[in-house]
Design a protein around this ligand. Sequence first.
Ligand code: ADP
Ligand code: MG
Length: 212
Amino acid sequence: MRHIMVLNAKGGCGKSTLATNIASYFATEGASVALADYDPQRSSLDWLERRSEDRPEIVGVAAFEDGFRHVPRSADIVVVDAPARSHGKELTELVKHAETLIVPVLPSTIDMQATTTFIEELKNVGKVQRKQAKIGTVANRVRDNTLIWGDLDEYLTKVRVPYIAALREAQNYVRAYTRGLGIFELPEYLAWPDWEEWEPLTAWLRSKRSQP
Ligand SMILES: Nc1ncnc2c1ncn2[C@@H]1O[C@H](COP(=O)(O)OP(=O)(O)O)[C@@H](O)[C@H]1O
Ligand SMILES: [Mg+2]
């Protein structure tokens, strides 16, 4: 059973958006997927409630209530949506639940600053130091030709954890969330630019590089 966690102490950076889309990606590929929501805001579980029964199944787990107890044993992939504001002991506890850690970052000075502190903290977690968990960053809500995007791109290259993908700001994410879908389940004529941007992320997730 593989555990992929999306986390950043900063709220609103796209944790739930990435978690739901990663779950949808593996489900459409035929894997048995559970989506564990550690955030009491329960955005991932709300998304699942919007999902229609004819879509590939994803099992929701209210991890903020009782951890992983209800994760089906048969799950191949558990995608974990982490809460904001996780630091210290709580962060160490959270990281125990995953071998792959994805940190989304927005092109904003406040977010980059907060993420620098968070990534330093994450790198100091024993499990990460022992390379039993792999970190990757993802730039999210990128708009081409903005100055701050150039800064984020440079920042993510420098922060010394693998920088995996850059995802544009797109209504497709809002549209997909509203319907309980991932962007992989939207029609190609609408979503192909997003599919292309996800390619490096899904390739990383499929490869050994994202696993201990
Ligand atoms: N790439 C994107 N394009 C457009 N909107 C996005 C994108 N990523 C996230 N959003 C929107 O930004 C808001 C915050 O994202 P969310 O995934 O809920 O963040 P978090 O879980 O980290 O708090 C939501 O309204 C979401 O729909
Ligand atoms: Mg969220």
